[in-house]
Design a binder for this molecule. Structure first.
Ligand code: ADE
Length: 244
């Protein structure tokens, strides 16, 4: 989201804008590491194009996706963090030609993330979430009820729908009982990274429960919570990387 990118850019001392295909790619350094920061845009196609540009035009060595998601599994609550171990497109269905969820001609429905990057994201998230007041301030903790936010790891599902009814999230829970959370881009970027053989990881802040209240305070949550989580977690993860 814009607010998350803005927070990251404020920490980049030397970013240069490169505009391609209507997207602004910000090339520079964050915590001493060379990075390209960009908004994926919303939806699977937009995110796949952005990922392809990162790989083709900037030759990035890996992609780390941060953003927000709707919690699906019981206990995945607003203010928690989900680090994906695998991603699936919940709206992919070419049955009966191919099994439901399988990406035709790939023989795959679930795309695994890079284990080392994901482990490292879990570690920095657990550390940061120990003190939510330090992370987002007392005001946001009270406003969004972030008492003891948790880190979850597992399946993240993506589709071109903002899931905003209990009926739809119930259906997703029934069909994909191990899905932790739903969003609109991750599995597409995972597929592109798989094609290129480049490591991919995704971490999402839970902004809603993908139910009838999902659109509630979305903008405020992104500005006050998710952007601070992204900054802290991406920053802490980069700071742990060996100097290049
Ligand atoms: N991103 C954040 N919340 C979401 C939801 N409920 N559905 C899809 N994407 C989301």
């Amino acid at each position: 989201m814009h607010e998350e990118l803005k927070a990251l850019l404020a920490q980049m001392p030397d970013e240069q804008r490169v505009r391609i295909a209507g997207r602004d790619f910000w090339v520079g350094h964050l915590h001493g590491q060379p990075v390209v920061a960009v908004l994926s845009r919303i939806g699977k196609v937009a995110a796949a194009v952005t990922a392809t540009m990162l790989l083709e035009r900037f030759a990035v060595r890996g992609i780390v996706f941060s953003g927000v998601a709707g919690g699906l599994a019981p206990g995945v609550n607003v203010g928690d963090v989900v680090v994906a171990t695998e991603l699936l497109q919940h709206d992919m269905d070419a049955s009966p030609l191919f099994p439901k969820y399988e990406v035709p001609l790939m023989g795959l429905s679930r795309f695994a993330t890079d284990a080392a990057i994901s482990d490292s994201l879990v570690a920095v998230a657990e550390e940061a979430l120990r003190d939510p007041v330090a992370l987002v301030g007392q005001g946001a903790v009270d406003e969004f009820g972030l008492r003891s936010p948790k880190v979850h790891r597992g399946l993240l599902v993506s589709g071109d729908r903002f899931v905003s009814t209990a009926a739809e999230s119930d259906a997703l829970r029934r069909q994909l009982p191990d899905a932790l959370a739903v969003e609109m881009e991750g599995a597409a970027v995972a597929q592109v990274c798989h094609d290129y053989g480049v490591p991919f990881a995704a971490m999402r802040t839970i902004s809603d429960r993908a139910d009838d209240e999902a659109h509630g305070d979305f903008a405020r949550f992104v500005a006050e919570v998710a952007s601070r989580y992204s900054l802290a977690l991406v920053g802490a993860w980069l700071a742990r990387q060996p100097a290049t």
